[in-house]
Write a protein that binds this ligand. Structure first.
Ligand SMILES: Cc1cc2nc3c(=O)[nH]c(=O)nc-3n(C[C@H](O)[C@H](O)[C@H](O)COP(=O)(O)OP(=O)(O)OC[C@H]3O[C@@H](n4cnc5c(N)ncnc54)[C@H](O)[C@@H]3O)c2cc1C
Ligand code: SF4
Length: 504
């Protein structure tokens, strides 16, 4: 029932509940609501502020300031500096994502069996059963025809023209207005992010929520974790407020994201050999297509068409992505009149992306000021996949009459015509030549059978500890080749359910 937001004063806020859930995104939201429905007392401790949809900022600048982790400025260290995007707000990255919902493919469970010793034959059925429930709870449905917008329709037509699989995306959105604003938070409140669904339900069921409350460390003695502590932080000034300590009678469930969950364990002195290892991602690159007549990217669902045709070979997912002018402008090269001409052409542009099912592996370590730092470089095989993705996007664009494409690759002309795809085929494989972004992240607290090679077991229990569980994307020991939030939510529901079944 109670919501503790930023507060100042010398007194420590002290609370005690059955379960403390750290983070309120895909993993944390799912765990918290599952525990609350089971009758447990739950406290959700979230670093970001609580914002209702009508309070989301109008501008992209405001979204980076108020909703994104570190203003969206985190980048990988490695051969290239690729942005690593996550949210820091009540609802986590579900607030700023495109709400695409894809079931965990069956081959993933086989992969986990072969590579990290998954020994639960019931896992696939359990996960799919939870995904049935989640789809009902979050109103998952295909993008309605009236909200598609021209870019999504063009991409579907392009896939059909080329004879490759292409489909209308399913999303957790109720009554989409097609305002292409998902990445800034859906001000219309249509997207079913956890801050408008499960976290309010946790509160209705008597749960407690702390916002602006980044957990600094876990309280523990002799491997038994008893709670969490930290200081409130003002969402705008970043000024430190009162201290808080939330004790857990049963368990602490860490779900603070791929980069932050390992750091919480690290700061708490619970460093194990695998902590921060096994970082993986679906690096994505975007190509602009220019048409003779308006496409109007800001009309239509942010993402409405996808193709999994190349998921296994070479390992790609193709999608549309409607983006606001502020973001697109960064991709329009030139200055003065040239730039203005290109900006004027915005209405005629469409943006489509290729996300790589990458095999490259990185690590997460404490960086400057103790903030998480991702070390990651795409290997040559993944760069070949990325280039292949860009080539497929070019074929799609030209299959529906685009006049030119802008792949954004250093060393190539700014715009390529239909007879210049060979230039893309020979584009540099140096990661620094490409514009790629990491939004689907995995690992850092990976699950596995062997304690030396993983951080937690398949129930999310951190090896060598009592009362400590991880339930977010950081436990996933591979890439998925599909959008991850459904898998994260279902895994988290499984972890919370099994915790309660054992009455822990
Ligand atoms: C732009 C973008 C678009 C995406 N689109 C899709 C999509 O359409 N479909 C899809 O399946 N996936 C999508 N994803 C990925 C998906 O949203 C994430 O994989 C998923 O939300 C990760 O869940 P999580 O619980 O691990 O972390 P998050 O959802 O990021 O939640 C972590 C939470 O922990 C909080 N936190 C961090 N540190 C602390 C701390 N010290 N103390 C307390 N709280 C803390 C954060 O503020 C955050 O609220 C997208 C991602 C991005 C960036
Ligand atoms: S496309 Fe617009 S209306 Fe639809 S879910 Fe996204 S932000 Fe909301």
């Amino acid at each position: 029932m109670t919501h503790y937001a930023y507060q100042t004063g010398r007194e420590t806020l002290e609370l005690e509940v059955d379960y403390v859930v750290v983070g309120s995104g895909a993993g944390g939201g799912s765990a918290a609501v599952t525990l609350a429905r089971g009758g447990a007392s739950v406290a959700v401790v979230e670093a970001g502020a609580w914002r209702d949809p009508e309070d989301y900022p109008y501008t992209l600048y405001g979204a980076f300031r108020d909703l994104f982790d570190e203003w969206g400025s985190s980048v990988t260290m490695g051969r290239a500096l690729s942005p690593v995007l996550q949210a820091r707000t009540m609802g986590g990255t579900t607030v700023i994502n495109s709400a695409i919902v894809v079931r965990t493919p069956g081959d993933i469970f086989q992969l986990w069996k072969d590579q990290v010793g998954l020994d639960d034959p019931d896992m696939p059925e359990t996960i799919w059963t939870y995904q049935d429930q989640i789809e009902r709870e979050l109103s998952v449905c295909p993008v309605p025809t009236e909200s598609m917008g021209r870019s999504n329709v063009l991409a579907l037509q392009a896939a059909e023209n080329l004879g490759i699989e292409g489909h209308v995306i399913e999303r957790s959105v109720k009554g989409c207005l097609g305002q292409a604003q998902c990445l800034q938070g859906c001000r219309a409140g249509r997207k079913q992010s956890t801050n408008v669904t499960w976290i309010p339900e946790v509160r209705r069921r008597g749960g407690t929520v702390l916002s602006c409350a980044p957990v600094r460390r876990l309280m523990h003695t002799q491997g038994r974790v008893q709670g969490v502590e930290g200081h409130f932080v003002h969402p705008q000034t970043r000024k430190k407020g009162s201290r808080f300590q939330v004790r857990a009678r049963r368990a602490v469930i860490v779900a603070a994201s791929v980069t932050h969950s390992p750091m919480i364990l690290w700061r708490s002195g619970l460093k194990t050999p695998a902590l921060g290892k096994g970082f993986r991602a679906h690096p994505g690159t975007a190509t602009l297509g220019s048409f003779d007549d308006p496409v109007d990217m800001t009309v239509g669902a942010t993402q409405g068409m996808a193709s999994t045709h190349f998921r296994n070979d070479p390992g790609l997912k193709l999608e549309t992505l409607n983006m606001p002018l502020e973001l697109i402008a960064g991709r329009l090269a030139g200055a003065g009149k040239t730039l203005m001409d290109r900006v004027q052409n915005y209405r005629n542009l469409a943006l489509w992306v290729a996300a790589v099912r990458a095999q490259s592996v990185g690590t997460i370590r404490p960086g400057i000021g103790g903030k998480p730092q991702v070390f990651y470089t795409m290997n040559k095989a993944d760069m070949l996949r990325l280039r292949q993705g860009s080539i497929q996007l070019a074929h799609l664009f030209f299959a529906v009459g685009a006049k030119a494409i802008m792949p954004g690759v250093h060393g190539l002309p700014y715009a390529l015509g239909p007879d210049q795809i060979h230039l893309l085929e020979n584009a540099s494989l140096d990661p620094r030549a490409w514009t790629s972004i990491l939004t689907h992240l995995f690992g850092g607290c990976t699950m596995g059978a062997e304690a030396g090679k993983s951080v937690c077991d398949f129930d999310g229990k951190v090896h060598g500890t009592e009362g400590l569980y991880v339930a977010d994307a950081s436990i996933i020991p591979s890439v998925l080749g599909v959008n991850p939030q459904h898998t994260i939510m279902a895994l988290s529901r499984r972890i919370a359910t099994r915790l309660m079944e054992r009455n822990l």
